[in-house]
Ligand binder design. Structure first.
Ligand code: IDP
Ligand code: MG
Length: 160
């Protein structure tokens, strides 16, 4: 089967990764950030933020007709989240693989959800599902001046 959203792109992309309130409350912030850091992606934005209902609804607007939507909004606004912008070649699909399947019981061991969660409604982390949504979500969650351009010293040891 052809799964274009799981194919690594050769383009420099940005992904919006968010540690959901359960990940923050369970003390998993360092563990989750560390997985993206160790993989070799570049962190461009990072903040702890208690998200208002309106922003949660905008972020998940494609799911607004789903029966679980009200519970999803309550969940995402129930406590602080950690908002992150990560950059790299193929980061969108790669981050989705690091995160694992939506249902943590189906997520492979070794993935964040596979290792750290048991329920879809408490699956600890969000990752953008396309480069377009990566851009859209970063623009939605970060204000101007909250993103930083920099070159990590490790770059030549990560890419030829
Ligand atoms: P994703 O986060 O893996 O991209 P989506 O289908 O985009 O999954 O759904 C967004 C989020 O909505 C999920 O991560 C999960 O928190 C929640 N969600 C999705 N499906 C269900 C469900 O059937 N019951 C409860 N929550 C759900
Ligand atoms: Mg999604």
């Amino acid at each position: 089967i052809f799964l274009p959203h799981l194919m690594a792109s050769m383009e420099v992309e940005e992904s919006y990764i968010m540690i959901k309130p359960d990940g923050v409350q369970r003390g998993l912030v360092g563990e989750i950030i560390s997985r993206f850091e160790k993989k070799g992606f570049k962190l461009k934005g990072l903040k702890l933020f208690h998200c208002p209902k309106q922003l949660a609804e905008e972020h998940y607007k494609d799911l607004s007709s789903k029966p679980f939507f009200p519970k999803l909004i309550t969940y995402i606004t129930s406590g602080p989240v950690v908002c992150m912008a990560w950059e790299g070649v193929g980061v969108v699909a790669s981050a989705r693989k690091l995160i694992g399947a939506t249902n943590p019981l189906q997520a492979e061991p070794g993935t964040i959800r596979g290792d750290l969660a048991v329920q879809t409604g408490r699956n600890v982390v969000h990752g953008s599902d396309s480069p377009e949504n990566g851009k859209r979500e970063i623009a939605l969650w970060f204000k101007e001046g909250e993103l930083t351009e920099w070159t990590p010293v490790q770059t030549p040891w990560l890419v030829e």
